[in-house]
Design a protein around this ligand. Structure first.
Ligand SMILES: C[S@@+](CC[C@H](N)C(=O)[O-])C[C@H]1O[C@@H](n2cnc3c(N)ncnc32)[C@H](O)[C@@H]1O
Ligand code: SF4
Length: 375
């Protein structure tokens, strides 16, 4: 155990340095750690099979997804202006927490193959009181578990439960180094409270002599907080954060975009998507049990299936999954894609990730994006 902790600490430091030095802090520790510490022959064999089947363009697959994006709630307590949940949009779904028994039954169907489970998509995961049991259940199945949180719920008691649950990675989303800048995006949040909360987590972790969770501070960079990035990074490492990540903002309004070249994000790039492997490697489950094509899909009407109606083995090779794999293969090979209203068709064609816009028919949002593209 001691050797594992030492190895883990040293690898954190090394990867952290490489990440900051060469990858603008965007190298995923979580994936590397999951591969190093949560592996098995069964998982590794399946991983190879996934990539073999993807490379051959298999539509009907015998492999299982090895990454699991699990939205344990789509409820939120903040109103971030460029988040669909923050805007109060439900995408036609019921707005709810996923219960422990429901979550357990889904994990049981795929857990043996999963390296990493990300317990959020939209919504604030720590509002779901069952999350600690869900984490513990996944940890007992040797799954690496991570969460992104707005940090509003990280009081000392919740931090205790979080650290005790065995969670591996907590990303805290704090976009500012002052109340003025922070509250512009995290509408409804209290800067001083979330900073205290992040410190609670670091303190509880230290008190329990626990090397986990790895704590990241994610700072979404907008025009209004861009000047604070460097000081926030310094402060983050001073208080004991393991990794500070300035994340370029995805926004529909160019007035919010930062000016620094390093924070520019390419919203339109169909080429980047031709190597999409998500319908082979990722399982995306929404709070209502809906199975989404990927984490960018938002609306219920675009779902590929639902766990409340079918088990995993009836979903993973259904017509929608087969078609999505076919479209990606056609795109990769430079073939004409089958014209279809499956969400992947527009995504592969335009390079616009579906959730950047409120709805494919929302022309105002689309026009705003086109302006962003042209600046
Ligand atoms: C929709 S949130 C859900 C998780 C949680 N409520 C949170 O805010 O961390 C998922 C991730 O998207 C990030 N996010 C929110 N708005 C964003 C934006 N405009 N651009 C880039 N990332 C954003 C959040 O910081 C978070 O890491
Ligand atoms: S805290 Fe997260 S889920 Fe909630 S509105 Fe903000 S980005 Fe969206």
């Amino acid at each position: 155990m001691h050797a594992k902790h030492l190895f883990r600490t040293l690898s954190f430091r090394l990867i952290n340095w490489i990440s900051r030095r060469f990858f603008a802090s965007r190298l995923s520790f979580a994936h590397i750690e999951a591969f190093l510490f949560n592996n098995s022959f069964k998982k590794f064999f399946n991983f190879l099979k996934v990539h073999y089947e993807k490379a051959r363009g298999h539509q009907r697959v015998t492999s299982f997804p090895y990454l699991f994006v699990f939205e344990v709630t789509n409820v939120c307590n903040l109103k971030c202006p460029f988040c669909l949940t923050g805007k109060g949009i439900s995408g036609g779904r019921s707005v709810r927490h996923m219960g422990f028994e429901e979550a357990k039954s889904i994990i049981d169907q795929v857990g043996d193959y999963i390296y990493l489970m990300q317990l959020y998509t939209w919504g604030e995961p720590l509002l779901n009181k069952d999350i600690y049991d869900i984490i513990q259940y996944a940890k007992d199945k040797n799954i690496y578990v991570m969460v992104s949180t707005n940090a509003t719920m990280l009081n000392e008691a919740n931090c205790e439960r979080l650290v005790d649950s065995g969670i591996d990675y907590v990303m805290t989303a704090v976009d500012g180094l002052s109340s003025e800048t922070y509250k512009k995006y995290r509408v409804g949040g209290d800067y001083q409270k979330v900073i205290n909360n992040v410190q609670n987590l670091l303190m509880v972790k230290k008190r329990k002599h626990s090397s986990a969770p790895f704590v990241e501070w994610q700072f979404i960079v907008f025009k209004h907080n861009e000047h604070e990035v460097k000081d926030a990074e310094r402060f983050a490492y001073e208080i004991g954060i393991n990794k500070f990540t300035p994340l370029p903002a995805y926004v529909e309004d160019k007035d919010w975009l930062p000016v620094g070249e390093e924070y520019k994000v390419e919203l339109f790039n169909p080429e980047r998507l031709k190597n999409c492997d998500r319908p082979w490697s990722h399982l995306n489950v929404r709070a209502d049990g809906g199975v989404a094509s990927c984490c960018y899909e938002f609306e219920k009407k675009d779902d590929f299936g639902n766990f409340s109606q079918h088990p995993f083995d009836k979903i993973w090779n259904n017509d929608k999954f087969l078609l999505s794999r076919k479209l990606i293969y056609q795109k990769r090979k430079g073939l004409e894609m089958d014209k279809t209203d499956l969400i992947c068709y527009d995504c592969l064609n335009s390079g616009i990730r579906p959730s950047y816009i409120e709805s494919p028919t929302d022309s105002q949002a689309k026009n705003a994006l086109i302006e962003v593209k042209n600046i």
